[in-house]
Design a protein around this ligand. Sequence first.
Ligand code: 4AD
Ligand code: MG
Length: 460
Amino acid sequence: MERTKILKLLKSEAALEKVLIKGWVRTRRDSKGFSFLEINDGSCLKNIQVIADDLLANYEDIKKLTTGSAVTVKGKLVESQGGGQKWEITADHVDIISLAPDTYALQKKRHSDEFLRSIAHIRPRTNKYGAAFRIRSEMSYAIHKFFRDKGFRYVHTPILTGSDCEGAGELFKVTALDLENLPQKDGKTDYMQDFFGKEANLTVSGQLSAEMFCLALGDVYTFGPTFRAENSNTRRHATEFWMIEPEMAFCDLESNMDLGEELIKYLTAYVMEECAEDFELFAKWVDKSLMATLENTATSDYVRLPYREAMEILQKSGQKFEYEIGFGKDLQTEHERFLTEQHFKKPVIVYDYPKTIKPFYMRLNDDNETVAAMDVLVPNIGEIIGGSQREERLEVLETRMDETGMDKETYWWYLEARKYGSVPHSGFGMGFERLLMLVTGISNIRDVIPFPRTPKNIEF
Ligand code: 4AD
Ligand code: MG
């Protein structure tokens, strides 16, 4: 007989003569003549109750079952006598697959997020993290569905690259050279002798590759891991994180903002509808205002605000900010959160940033001072999307590369795309973990990634 997932059993329309489940014991409670086992198999938040009566041949062993032990249960699905659940299983057999010693880290009490981070190999077995990682899986699917339904093609952009898309130098170098004995030339490391015959690193963004594909396939997106050797130990920054990056040909900044807004609305509505059971755990126990925040995010019209006006609002706000404000200063999390949480009380798209604080590839505006950049800011998170219209004019792009100190030779292929068939095009990057923080109310990025990588942390 085949195993049935608990998720499916709990949705059963009628009682069943025979069922077989496999899972882990969450709790065991004994009463006269019976042992009640709460079994979870990870397919959903809810456990199923199994009733083992003392006529079972191995009843003495069943009575020793501990939290975390693994079992196979064969029995009947019957309507539950007790309250709280519709179905339960009366067992004909309970086979013990493995018995967990009572040193098992997860006991029947609340564990702190900090403690659970130290046992990241075990934490997905808890209600909260099980729900978080099921939502992570569902949201990945929803993202592919959103783009596919709109006719976007999915491109796999390389993880090993020879370029620095953001030009910020926050790169992890990749080398096959012997670090204890580096080949030298003219007093410097000779990368000619390295694996690729030049310097290589892990990608910080798939954008430049996605741009090449959008100029061939039209609307495309990438969805993959990116890496930043940025030493910022905040609750919103991870060293390895996943990014969704659409890139659209024949597209200006406004349509780019439309797409970003539509994507976030779609995903926030999706989680409330399609992940209802897991989502409710977060709305009830993690962030009491989550439901209201997401309803607002899913339905309101996002504010569209030029950077200059954003600065004016901040200046006139009378708020004390840690970081300086004024034209040419980057928006910090505190500013972003003020705009979206306190001032507008809904998502805000800030656009037309000064060119001095943005990368070389963003399209220069006619004022010669700002670029066609846009960041989508949402409550509790701040920036969730960063994007722009791309500079499609070869000479302007070359000038910007010179100004920002980019090596034009390395990017010869990127420049060539502006020579042949160049068109206005736009795109953005959405941080997948920031999205998950938004939809779960989880406030630390370390808790939405299975095995987070942050400065000084690569355990597991
Ligand atoms: O604003 P960013 O740096 O933009 C880019 O990388 C562009 N090349 C994207 C593009 O236009 N195709 O990053 C995009 C998003 C941010 O808005 C944020 O949500 C997320 O990626 N992000 C991070 N998430 C977690 N940890 C970090 N260290 C992140 N850095 C950026
Ligand atoms: Mg950004």
